[in-house]
Write a protein that binds this ligand. Structure first.
Ligand SMILES: Cc1cc2nc3c(=O)[nH]c(=O)nc-3n(C[C@H](O)[C@H](O)[C@H](O)COP(=O)(O)O)c2cc1C
Ligand code: SF4
Ligand code: SF4
Length: 264
C-alpha cells in the first residue's frame, strides 16, 4: 500500500515528525506541501498531512493545499498537527474543511514539540526539549500502528474553552497574517548572506541594498528569523533577548529544499 506524506515546516519540527512516521510506516514517501494556485492530483492509498499549528489553527499554506487537492474518495486520510502544547481546534478545523471539499479525515493527532514562536519566548531548556522529542517518538510509533490498521477515530483537540476562545482569535487574525511581517527588522549583525530570502516558502523576503525586505505576503512560519546564521532578524522588541530554535536533526539544506520545491 502506498502512503504519501505531505509536510510543511518553518523550523523542522514537522519535517522531523514526518521522517519519524515514514520510518515507522516503511512504505511512505515524503514531499513538501507545494505552493498551489491550481488543482493538484494525488494518487495514493493513504495520504498524511503534517504541519505546524499557527495561531491556534491551520496555516494558510495548508488550507490552500486542501483547497486544490484532487483525490480518490476511497483514499485514507490522516493528519498530524505539530504544536507547542496548544493545538486547540486545529484538527477540527481541518476535518470540517475537508468535509466541505468532499474528503473525510480518518484521524488527526497532536504532537507537541519545542516552540518556535520566539516573540513569546525561547524553546525551553534542553532537557525539556529532549523529553518532548522522546514523548513524540513514542506517540508517533503508536500512531503508525493506527494508520497501518486504517483506524478511524475522533481527532485530538484542546480543552473546550481554548477551542472556543482561540478559534475566535484565529479567525480574527487570519486576514492580517500576510502583513504581520511589518514587525520584522534586521539588526547590525546582518552580513547580507541572503539566506533569509532563500528559505522563505512564499518568496516574501527580497534583498534590497543587501538587506532583507519583507513583501507582505508572509505566512508567519518564522523560517527567516530562525535560520538567519547571524541571529540578526528581530520581530518586535522581544526577540532580541530570546535564543533561536530549529529542530536539531533538521538542516538548513532541508529548509532550502522546501523553498525550492515551492518555487517549482
Ligand atoms: C506564527 C506562529 C504561531 C504559533 N501558534 C501556535 C499555537 O497556536 N499553538 C501552539 O501550540 N504552537 C504554536 N506555535 C508553535 C509551533 O506550532 C511549534 O513550535 C511547531 O512545532 C513548529 O513546527 P515547525 O518547526 O514544523 O514549523 C506557533 C508558531 C508560530 C511561528
Ligand atoms: S540571513 Fe541574516 S545575515 Fe543573512 S541576509 Fe538575512 S538577515 Fe542578513
Ligand atoms: S517572511 Fe519569514 S515568516 Fe514570513 S513566510 Fe517568509 S520565512 Fe516565513
Amino acid at each position: 500500500m502506498a502512503t504519501k506524506l505531505y509536510v510543511y515546516t518553518g523550523t523542522g519540527n514537522s519535517l522531523w515528525v514526518a521522517r519519524q512516521l515514514a520510518l515507522e510506516l516503511k512504505d511512505a514517501t515524503l514531499d513538501f506541501i507545494p505552493n498551489l494556485s491550481r488543482h493538484f492530483k494525488v494518487d495514493a492509498d493513504r495520504i498524511g498531512f503534517i504541519f505546524p499549528v499557527h495561531i491556534w489553527g491551520l496555516p494558510s499554506h495548508v488550507i490552500q493545499f486542501i483547497d486544490h487537492l484532487q483525490i480518490n474518495p476511497e483514499t485514507y486520510l490522516f493528519a498530524l498537527a505539530v504544536n507547542a502544547t496548544q493545538p486547540a481546534a486545529t484538527l477540527l478545523q481541518l476535518k470540517k474543511l475537508m468535509l466541505t471539499r468532499g474528503h473525510s479525515l480518518a484521524q488527526g493527532y497532536s504532537i507537541s514539540l519545542p516552540s518556535n514562536y520566539t516573540p513569546w519566548g525561547g524553546p525551553g531548556p534542553v532537557e525539556t526539549q529532549q523529553r518532548l522529542f522522546r514523548e513524540a517518538k513514542e506517540k508517533i510509533r503508536a500512531i503508525a500502528g493506527t494508520i497501518l490498521r486504517q483506524e478511524r477515530k475522533k481527532v485530538d483537540r484542546g480543552p473546550l474553552w481554548q477551542n472556543i476562545l482561540f478559534s475566535w482569535i484565529y479567525k480574527m487574525s487570519f486576514r492580517s497574517v500576510r502583513r504581520m511581517d511589518k514587525k520584522f527588522w534586521v539588526d547590525d549583525k546582518c552580513n547580507s548572506c541572503g539566506i533569509c530570502s532563500k528559505v522563505c516558502p512564499p518568496s516574501n523576503v527580497e534583498m534590497i541594498d543587501e538587506k532583507p525586505s519583507w513583501l507582505h505576503r508572509c505566512e508567519q512560519c518564522l523560517a527567516c528569523l530562525q535560520w538567519c546564521p547571524q541571529e540578526a532578524i528581530q520581530y518586535g522588541k522581544r526577540t532580541v533577548k530570546y535564543p533561536r530554535y530549529h529542530h536539531p536533526e533538521v538542516t538548513l539544506k532541508d529548509i532550502l529544499d522546501q523553498a525550492k520545491a515551492n518555487k517549482e
